[in-house]
Write a protein that binds this ligand. Structure first.
Ligand code: DON
Length: 331
């Protein structure tokens, strides 16, 4: 058990933590065999199901990284957190929340059933496909490039370079995603969409196809952990109110219909994507003992073998282990 009254941010202790994380990653890598790589977007099947990696970046500059950390992957549903943030920044929080709710569904991320069955006034939340597509339709701009510009700008500011679109994955989803088209038509019919449906779906597929690394996710998580402020420059990157809202949504809806279990057993805001990425974060904690990353951290996890809910199977188990060892839970 890694605990004790030590200052973790020293070279020796960082090395010690690194050894622990290396051990945990190689242990949980075996669990990738329990999951399946996503196949409903055909090209995602090409991912290596044995991959597992994690990067943790502390608000105080401490960094631990282990496993398959160099493999780029598409951001997929993790983009929904940031398109929601951009929509709130561009259109105002109340405008967006008037048009999309903040309630978990208990249904699969691409469920269409609840839209019709509950005669909704608005989609349940921005992190399921129906809500995310609605949010994307509210991004200002006429073309997908115009709509995505502020999202790329925000990401560039946080990660230090302009991320690229994975065109093969974009085209693979664009040409195969009949369910998202069905959701699009339903949203069009019920009057939820604010932009042309085809432009909205093109924008949505593109935002999901942005390529990132674990380092990028950890940096993005770190900004959220710090309520939207860059801990190095003290610049406000995301307004505090919006960052908090995003974290509340991540905690209640970020892992889809496994969000309750994730909150109970891991206890930190997180958001998964079907390519196997997870962004998570731990806000600064107050404890009697000096725990690792006590000043808060952002976490990126990648493991493309998924469980039946569409979340990285080994990634969740690894996060659960680390959260319990380092007492990361916010509760
Ligand atoms: O819309 C889709 O189905 C994908 N582009 C994203 C879904 C996703 O990442 C859900 N993840 N667990």
């Amino acid at each position: 058990m890694v605990q004790g009254t030590v200052n973790w941010n020293t070279e020796t202790n960082q090395e010690w933590l690194q050894n622990y994380v290396d051990d945990w990653v190689s242990f949980y890598r075996k669990h990738t065999a329990d999951g399946e790589v996503a196949s409903y977007i055909p090209i995602l099947q090409e991912a290596n199901r044995d991959h597992l990696g994690i990067t943790i970046i502390g608000n105080d500059g401490m960094r631990v990284s282990s496993g398959d950390v160099e493999v780029p992957f598409t951001i997929q549903s993790i983009s929904k957190v940031f398109s929601f943030i951009i929509a709130c920044m561009e259109r105002g929080v109340s405008y967006i929340l008037d048009r999309v709710d903040v309630e978990p569904t208990g249904e699969a991320f691409n469920s269409i059933m609840h839209l019709e069955m509950q005669q909704l006034k608005k989609p349940f939340n921005p992190l399921i496909n129906a809500g995310a597509i609605t949010v994307t339709s509210m991004l200002p701009g006429k073309t997908s490039d115009e709509k995505l510009k502020p999202l790329f700008d925000l990401m560039e500011k946080i990660i230090g370079y302009r991320p690229a679109l994975n065109v093969d994955i974009y085209e693979s989803e664009r040409d195969s995603s009949m369910r998202n088209r069905a959701i699009g038509y339903y949203l069009l019919e019920t009057g939820f969409l604010e932009s042309d449906m085809n432009i909205t779906l093109e924008t949505y597929f593109k935002q999901c196809s942005i390529e990132v690394t674990l380092d990028d996710l950890a940096k993005m998580g770190m900004i959220l952990a710090n309520d939207g402020e860059d801990p190095n420059t003290l610049e406000e990157i995301i307004p505090r109110q919006v960052a908090r809202l995003a974290k509340a949504l991540m905690l209640t809806c970020g892992m889809y219909d496994a969000s309750g279990k994730f909150a109970a057993y891991v206890g930190i805001p997180a958001k998964s994507g079907v390519s196997g990425g997870i962004i998570a974060l731990s806000p600064p904690r107050v404890r009697d003992e000096e725990l690792p990353f006590i000043n808060g951290c952002g976490i990126g996890v990648y493991g493309p073998a998924l469980d039946d809910k569409g979340n990285s199977i080994a990634g969740i188990r690894l996060l659960r282990h680390i959260a319990s060892q380092w007492d990361l839970s916010i509760f």
